[in-house]
Ligand binder design. Structure first.
Ligand SMILES: [Zn+2]
Length: 237
């Protein structure tokens, strides 16, 4: 939508801009345009995007400068506009672990949720009143929280042990922060990064499959799936 605002300002001679100037704006400039019920849905969205741009930059002059900076050689770049608008944060220490080159994007996504402690584990669902009983679906014995699900559950520790052996990582998986620090100091190979993230993903998937599909997989079979997935991905790349 912002591209159309840009087009009106920087490509006034194109057919669409001339049509809008003559039949919609009728001599007014885009900055003073308002969304009205008599105009089309599409045009009103262009106007709303212009209003958003004004809110973000403060005034028309600054908005014009931003649009100009996003169109080198008078070619509008959505990517540059997105980068100009988005908020940037400091790089987190665990980024190289989660976003390793061999990692599957969906595994990395689960990894990001794990690092932020935002996976909807049962303890969180209980605290929000969504479910009433907290029972780990993997061992059916203890209550489930992030730490238990990945690092202390009997099922998970068996998977961790097999995968650590396969990846030749001779460290214990006991705490998330400890794992992050240790892994970052080890300079993991592509296979080790991909294997760890795949393991996180498959443990979480196993937990969900048990709850939502009633399907149970043994730790050995889950490890077979993890190894197959990682080997296939690394081989194909
Ligand atoms: Zn458990």
């Amino acid at each position: 939508m912002t591209k159309w605002v840009w087009k009106l300002l920087f490509k006034p001679q194109c057919l669409w801009s001339r049509w809008v100037q003559n039949y919609v704006l009728k001599g007014r400039d885009i900055w003073s345009a308002t969304a009205t019920i008599s105009q089309s849905w599409y045009w009103n969205n262009v106007v709303r995007m212009k209003d958003l741009l004004l809110d973000l930059t403060g005034n028309a002059g600054q908005a014009l400068l931003m649009l100009e900076s996003c169109s080198p050689q008078l070619k509008y770049s959505t990517a540059m506009y997105y980068n100009a608008l988005r908020t940037r944060h400091d790089t987190v220490t665990w980024a190289p672990l989660v976003h390793g080159k061999g990692c599957h994007p969906k595994h990395s996504f689960t990894g990001v949720l794990l690092m932020h402690n935002t996976l909807p584990t049962t303890d969180q669902l209980v605290s929000r009143g969504i479910v009433m009983v907290n029972r780990c679906s993997l061992c059916k014995f203890q209550v489930e929280d992030l730490h238990h699900n990945f690092f202390s559950c009997g099922y998970s520790t068996k998977v961790l042990s097999i995968i650590a052996n396969w990846l030749v990582i001779n460290v214990g998986f006991t705490e998330l922060q400890e794992v992050i620090q240790t892994f970052l100091s080890l300079r993991l190979s592509r296979k080790q990064q991909a294997g760890f993230m795949a393991m996180v993903y498959y443990i979480w998937k196993e937990r969900n499959d048990r709850i939502f599909k009633g399907i149970c997989t043994t730790p050995e079979m889950l490890c077979f799936k993890i190894r197959s997935h990682v080997n296939l991905r690394l081989f194909s790349s």
